[in-house]
Design a protein. Structure first.
Lengths: 165, 121
């Protein structure tokens, strides 16, 4: 049952990811990317990472995709101003993509021989994540808020007209 | 796999039904409805203002600033969830660490206020 679900989800993930690349319109690419994120959420559920699954759904499929749409709307995407990549660049990207695939395949080759990690009762749920986050990883959690401040500063510097105060 | 994955089965059934219903309605209306196409009927706003110019104009970056600030505070709220489910167990320590987290966010918020990031100029 779970194996079948895994194969269906994987097929959906890979095909929607390919559709992101092959769609002519960038808006369609974003919509395919939403489907891709939805199926990745399904993978998280299969991996018992329930909290991560719902975060992925809310933040990535919801908020980040809206940002992507905004970025596309910020650009001038008329037919005549569409950037055309030279042929050598296309060849170079195909070659580097294949190389990356070889590296990933090589890195994951021995993975099936690893024993599955033992998981606790509330592993991956909001409760379980909270227990780990607020004890073992409290310091990185607090530092994350400083990261958010830097993101705010960066957004203001990039998108705001500078006021003299 | 600790048994809770199977609890998603009702959600799966519901989403399959919802998607199936939408697809079914679309197909049925396509099949049984009459199809009369004319240039006037296929306009974006059939009875509205006449469309002119190009829709693909670059947007103002001001929208983007609002959106990215929304995402940041959205992620902040998500961090409340694992804290709230353990609220009683954590007690005072949890409250203080969350207070520090929120205080740092408040610092960012005050910075945004000072820079007038919420003002639409």
């Amino acid at each position: 049952m779970l194996t079948i679900a895994f194969y269906i989800l994987s097929a959906l993930t890979i095909s929607s990811a390919l559709m992101v690349l092959f769609s002519k319109s960038p808006i369609y690419s974003v919509l395919w990317l939403v489907i891709c994120f939805f199926s990745i959420t399904g993978h998280y559920i299969l991996l018992d990472a329930h909290f991560l699954a719902i975060v992925n759904l809310i933040v990535y499929a919801g908020a980040i995709m809206v940002l992507f749409l905004y970025v596309i709307m910020l650009m001038n995407l008329n037919k005549e101003s569409e950037p055309q990549k030279p042929v050598w660049l296309k060849f170079a990207s195909v070659i580097t993509g294949c190389l990356l695939m070889i590296v990933l395949a090589g890195a994951l080759k021995g993975y099936s021989e690893l024993p599955p990690a033992a998981i606790t009762e509330d592993f991956g749920t909001a409760k379980g994540v909270g227990k780990v986050l607020f004890t073992e990883f409290l310091m990185p959690f607090e530092v994350a808020s400083i990261l958010f401040i830097t993101a705010m500063v960066g957004a203001v510097i990039l998108a705001k007209k500078h006021v003299n105060d | 796999m600790n048994g809770s994955t199977s609890e998603y089965l009702p959600m799966l059934i519901q989403s399959v039904f919802a998607l199936g219903f939408v697809a079914m309605v679309l197909i049925i209306t396509h099949l049984i409805g009459p199809s009369r196409k004319s240039a006037k009927k296929l306009e974006n706003f059939e009875c509205g203002v006449e469309a002119k110019g190009n829709a693909r104009l670059p947007f103002s970056v001001k929208y983007f600033l609002t959106a990215i600030l929304f995402v940041l505070f959205d992620v902040e709220v998500i961090f409340f969830y694992p804290w709230a489910t353990n609220f009683k167990e954590f007690g005072m320590d949890g409250l203080l660490s969350m207070a520090l987290f929120v205080a740092l966010f408040l610092l960012g918020f005050l910075y945004l206020r000072k820079k007038q990031a919420f003002k639409w100029e």
